[in-house]
Design a protein around this ligand. Sequence first.
Ligand SMILES: *Cc1c(COP(=O)(O)O)cnc(C)c1O
Length: 394
Amino acid sequence: MRLRNKKYFGQFGGQFVPETLMQPLTELERAYVKFKKDKKTQAELKSLIKDFVGRPTPLYFAQKLSKKLGQIIYLKREDLTHTGAHKINNAAGQALLAKFMGKRRVIAETGAGQHGVATAAAAAKLGLECVVYMGKVDMGRQAPNVLRMKLLGAKVVPVASGSQTLKDAINEALRDWIANVSTTHYLLGSVLGPYPYPAMVRDFQKIIGQEARKQILQAEGRLPDYLVACVGGGSNALGLFHDFLPDKKVQMIGVEAGGLGIKSGKHAARFFGGKLGVLHGTKSYVLQDKFGQILTTHSISAGLDYPSVGPEHSFLRQQKRISYAYITDREALAGLKLLSQQEGIIPALESAHAVAYASKLAKKIFHGKLIIINLSGRGDKDLEAIRDLGVIHG
Ligand SMILES: *Cc1c(COP(=O)(O)O)cnc(C)c1O
């Protein structure tokens, strides 16, 4: 029999890091236990979440979309949080944890810049120095977010190694952490990386599902039939799903980025082409070639464009508690248009994957089912990308 180890979710997770990082991870784990028990800090977290992040977010009845699809559809409005996506839930929590640990500096990696902006905002609010590592290619693609981070007082460091994108930025951030661990907290952005990050980030995001559970019971007097969320690293999905896991009748679907289709090889659907492997300190499904080299991924949405997935997702999939699907770039754009024009809400391209999946699901199931879609973020950040794709005419 396998021994239970809290650092693992079944066979997934763990701490696959250089020796120099074991001590900082242990320090973080211990501090996090104290943080959760400290009444004064927890009160501070509560007020930060309420007044700075802007929670609770509404659970919004999508009346026209429901009618069109023949189902009862609600949206959990993470797009209405400060900085426009669920990432701030985690960034605010970890920034407070950094302060609690006596660190004066936070570092982060960012791909599209959303996690960088959330971290820079939380660091400014809590009086922490902030350094964000970002691939040079990404900095070019995401210029408005670079400007936002700088306005918020963060230093943005361009990473010119490798593919000059997210995974190279993560490597640089890890290097910085090793060199400056006594003053610095590494503020990781999703349910990824070595233990305790996947568990800790999930804890900071669980509030999404805790609120949604109360709100749906109040609105409909029953639990939902389906929960749908997009999965990049997997934090908004686990955030919504976690509180419903014991409710066996609630079906949950995580939606990955199908890019240009699985056969094209240009996608980020780890459960439809990945294999068990280790990336950035954790064991999970990874898109890799037969020699274990990490494959380049593609998605129209930067937030879903990552070659691995949070280890708890791999576990919950293996347990058959959560099922997974993928949505292509083209389908996601249709989802984006659908929600914008039916409800007057422009979703992030990431969230549009969840919308598109829900509209496909709606056609396959009996009418009148209760579906909650996690609207992980707002679409303002994607306007330029959408314009460049030429999907809106005239
Ligand atoms: C970053 C991001 C995601 C993907 O990250 P998860 O950790 O999978 O939630 C999804 N939606 C939005 C709006 C994002 O910014």
